[in-house]
Design a protein around this ligand. Structure first.
Ligand SMILES: Cc1cc2nc3c(=O)[nH]c(=O)nc-3n(C[C@H](O)[C@H](O)[C@H](O)COP(=O)(O)OP(=O)(O)OC[C@H]3O[C@@H](n4cnc5c(N)ncnc54)[C@H](O)[C@@H]3O)c2cc1C
Ligand code: FES
Length: 348
């Protein structure tokens, strides 16, 4: 377990990204602890008599070399407005890192197993009794080859499941809820995956840091007014359909492959149809998270949501952030803010 710490951080950058959002970068003299994506900090707002309680803000990005945390702040009230006016060199008292983060997959092994031709299998690598094959690095989405295992006529020669969405991990964020997804995307990329980001906002001015997200995966956008990306909500974006249909296709192809190799050899040395674990990670307004969670459940895809319940202490003592879960009433600040949807009692 990572110990919570409290320290004065120095503001190293404060950039106004739009009328409502700013990006604060804060620097620490000491070495940063290991921080997991999805964790958050509690910030004391200086010189503000009405904002006695600390404000919870997600960790947007961690730059270990520069000993910097990035915080994406939406100005909604007095506390966040005060934070947005802080100047470089000023100090912020922060408790960090708080809560639990998103679940990360095992490192992608990029081993070389031809899924269509078991007899051509070259090199199967076993990790913790889980075997993966080379297409994991390509992501799950794409077109399957013809039954003969050759080119499907579209020039797709050796990859059975070419990426259309870019990977098995779909990261969906709305407004300030996009904040924790940047560091999550970086971590997934470092583990050998290519995440897909689907970012939504009311207008283009709520779509932030797009060039940063693009460093780690494919980025798709929606806006309610159609000013950027597809018009509508994230759940209406065409990439959702592509993602779910490619998962169905992947599962079908893997089942076929699995049935085939069982006829040839010891099935234990081959991947099972459930070798890959597509996951949707969501953070944003609750109606958006509910809608995504519903789709994930219908399509039998794992889904983790990051809740933003109102918080006071942030460390599990005041009980003001309680959420009903399958294991009882739970403090979001300590047991969350990230939960698997199966742990929540949402009616989806
Ligand atoms: C775990 C967690 C992570 C968060 N991460 C971020 C982040 O990365 N960036 C960011 O901009 N905001 C984030 N928030 C929300 C942020 O904490 C609140 O917007 C902030 O505390 C508001 O403080 P204020 O003094 O500006 O507004 P207040 O004057 O306290 O409130 C102004 C308005 O904001 C609403 N509000 C306050 N807190 C919340 C909340 N938790 N959720 C929804 N609405 C709220 C109030 O209902 C009110 O309408 C996060 C919240 C949590 C619990
Ligand atoms: S905010 Fe106090 S218990 Fe969670």
């Amino acid at each position: 377990m990572i110990m919570k710490q409290i320290a004065d951080w120095t503001i190293s950058e404060n950039t106004q990204l739009s009328a409502d959002f700013c990006l604060l970068k804060v620097h620490l003299e000491n070495e940063l602890p290991k921080i997991r994506p999805g964790q958050f900090v509690q910030i004391r707002v200086p010189n503000a008599s009405n904002t006695f309680l600390r404000r919870p803000i997600s960790i947007h990005f961690v730059d270990y070399d520069r000993r910097e945390l990035w915080l994406l702040v939406q100005m909604v009230g007095e506390g966040t407005r005060k934070l947005s006016k802080m100047r470089v060199g000023e100090s912020l008292n922060i408790i960090y890192p708080l809560g639990n983060g998103f679940t990360l997959p095992e490192r992608n092994c990029h081993c070389g197993l031809d899924p269509q031709s078991p007899e051509k299998e070259t090199n199967v690598v076993q990790h913790n009794n889980i075997t993966q094959h080379s297409n994991a690095k390509q992501g799950i989405a794409g077109q399957a080859r013809n039954d003969d295992g050759n080119d499907d006529g579209n020039g797709n020669d050796n990859d059975s499941f070419l990426p259309q969405t870019g990977g098995q991990f779909l990261l969906i964020g709305g407004g300030a809820g996009t904040a924790p997804l940047l560091y999550l995307g970086k971590q997934l990329r470092d583990l050998g995956y290519q995440p897909t980001f689907l970012l939504g906002g009311r207008t283009q001015y709520q779509l932030l840091q797009l060039s940063e997200f693009e460093k780690y995966g494919n980025v798709y956008t929606t806006t309610e007014d159609g000013s950027h990306g597809e018009k509508g909500f994230v759940t209406n974006h065409s990439i959702m359909q592509t993602y779910f249909s490619s998962i169905r296709l992947y599962r079908y192809e893997m089942q076929k492959h699995f049935d085939k190799i069982q006829m040839y050899s010891n099935p234990l040395s081959h991947p099972s149809p459930s070798t890959l674990h597509p996951t949707i990670y969501v953070c944003g307004p609750k109606p958006m998270m509910l809608a995504v969670a519903k789709l994930a459940k219908q399509n039998d895809v794992s889904c983790e949501v990051s809740l933003e319940n109102r918080m006071a202490c942030g460390i599990g003592t005041c009980l003001c952030c309680v959420e009903k879960t399958t294991f009882g009433n739970t403090c979001v600040c300590t047991a969350g803010p990230v939960f698997n949807i199966n742990q929540l009692t949402w009616q989806i």
